[in-house]
Design a protein around this ligand. Structure first.
Ligand code: AMP
Ligand code: MG
Length: 491
């Protein structure tokens, strides 16, 4: 059983990019879960991860021989206010591994003890948020949405102090990198243009190698990050995902969903939905996510302006042009996704209005987002299945008024109904990590030390687009008493 072989490019960057740290050992590590398929993808022996030595490494009690543990420096706008120094306060990067496809991936312990960036925090994570991040990030992966991954979770045998005493845990997170918009801001805020340049070169080499060949590599980098985020946010909206804390330090320049805190999926469709208990102004509401992403990308552009040329005005104009692409790129991806969700393979005038009218009817009638589109997939091949969709609307007549327009439009589509239904089932999931299910998993684990519900939910979420008749109850929205109104920060 071999230890993983780390090769840490980030730790070879200049000293001011990070602090060298050692994870703080915990009392009694116990394995919750190893993600075996991901371990295989990374070329890490899952049997080693589950061994005593592996579990000790996953808990931070023993640093693997080739690891160079660091906490990375970053800044960030939190709810619009700039904090010049945040950094990994409870996350320790063990290093990078080169995966089976030759891709460099970060392996990070979240909750492994204090670092020089911890400020007043304890550097620890509670079990509940660790389970939530594990479930939701792996669900996103199964949904086909770029995301950080969960390689393993362990409990620590220690308690952490939050509003109450809670069991502690450590999540092993895997990412293309943990470089954030806030990482650029850290150097830019200090007037450290060389730092910004070194970071940009690292990001280009690692995530956007094609930008190196562009006439203006740093502008190409900005354009590539903007394009990746436009696509990502469209994908979020298309499955009803609310990130919850889209601070600039929680936005990955690699275009992956990162930092699952008070995140959630919509049950009933409500574009104004806000979940985070600390988001009192609704800054990070579901429907605000595209404009917040553009706001964050504008902060990234500001950092890059000194690299875009000697003439600051011309550089700013170039950055603004690049940012102006965000809206159209997002809209293209979002509208194309919505058309697919309705079974429209071609594009016609009036499609946007058709989609929009459905969404408005859903919002006005508290229709379940996921079940409506899943139901439409079945109804596309069998009009009798309209019966199931219409009952999702508080006033079923709202669906009845819309459905004939959709059918008329479908009649103009090429292809047969069965193929259309299959295509729709492949983009309209049956199973999403519904908040009340996650809460039930957390309750079982925290209150009763029972991880069976966690395992079962993980199994269901691994195949979101399959029918899974055995698990049909996991499709159901929360009952009135199960409804989760707010989620709280993972800290
Ligand atoms: P988050 O809300 O998880 O994105 O974290 C925001 C900032 O607070 C980051 O710099 C974290 O590293 C830091 N932080 C969050 N929780 C803790 C904690 N328990 N101990 C130390 N730092 C923390
Ligand atoms: Mg964060």
């Amino acid at each position: 059983m071999a230890q993983p072989a780390f090769d840490s490019a980030y730790a070879r960057l200049p000293d001011r990019f990070f602090a060298r740290v050692t994870p703080t050992p915990v009392a009694a590590p116990r394995l919750i879960k190893v993600n075996e398929p991901l371990a295989a993808e990374l070329g890490i022996d899952p049997a080693w991860l589950a061994s005593d030595e592996g579990v000790a490494a996953l808990a931070g009690n023993r640093v693997p021989d080739t690891a160079t543990p660091i906490a990375t420096a970053y800044a960030g706008h939190q709810f619009g206010g700039f904090v010049p120094q945040l950094g990994d306060g409870r996350a320790i990067l063990l290093g990078e591994v080169i995966d089976r496809n030759g891709k460099r991936r970060d392996v990070q312990l979240k909750g492994a003890g204090p670092t020089p960036f911890s400020r007043r925090g304890d550097g620890r994570a509670a079990l509940g948020p660790v389970l939530r991040e594990y479930l939701v990030s792996e669900a996103m992966q199964a949904l086909g949405i770029p995301t950080t991954r969960a390689l393993a979770a362990v409990t620590t045998g220690e308690r952490v102090i939050r509003e109450t005493m809670l069991p502690g845990a450590v999540l092993t997170r895997v990412a293309s990198s943990h470089i954030r918009v806030g990482t650029f801001q850290f150097f830019a805020a200090r007037g450290d243009v060389e730092g910004v340049r070194t970071l940009a070169d690292h990001v280009i080499a690692r995530h956007y190698p094609q930008a190196a060949d562009a006439e203006r590599p740093y502008l190409a980098l900005l354009e590539a990050v903007i394009a990746a985020q436009a696509e990502l946010i469209a994908r979020w909206l298309l499955v009803g995902f609310i990130h919850g804390v889209m601070n600039t330090d929680n936005m990955s320049v690699a275009g992956e969903t990162i930092d699952y805190g008070p995140c959630a999926f919509l049950d009933e469709y409500d574009p104004g939905m806000v979940l985070s208990a600390i988001d009192s102004y609704g800054r990070y509401a579901y429907a605000n996510q595209p404009s917040i992403a553009q706001w964050n990308l504008t902060r990234l552009a500001e950092c890059l302006i000194p690299l875009l040329g000697d003439d600051a005005d011309a550089a700013a104009a170039d950055a603004i042009r690049a940012l102006e692409d965000f809206g159209p790129a997002f809209e293209r991806a979002y509208q194309a996704g919505l058309r697919s969700k309705l079974g429209l393979a071609t594009e016609r005038e009036g499609d946007a209005a058709l989609v929009n009218d459905l969404m408005q009817a859903m919002a006005a009638n508290t229709a379940d987002f996921t079940l409506t589109f899943r139901g439409l997939s079945e109804a596309a091949a069998d009009e009798a299945r309209d019966a199931e969709v219409r009952t999702l609307f508080a006033d079923p007549a709202a669906y009845d008024a819309w459905a004939p327009r959709w059918r008329q439009r479908l009649a103009e589509e090429p292809g047969d109904p069965a193929a259309r239904r299959d295509a729709m089932l492949a983009v309209n999931p049956a199973f999403i990590p519904r908040n009340h299910r996650i809460e039930a998993v957390i309750r079982a684990a925290v209150d009763r030390d029972d991880f069976a519900p966690f395992e079962e939910l993980l199994t269901v979420l691994a195949h979101p687009y399959d029918a899974q008749p055995r698990f049909e109850r996991y499709m159901e929205p929360p009952g009135a008493h199960e409804r989760v109104q707010q989620t709280f920060c993972g800290t």
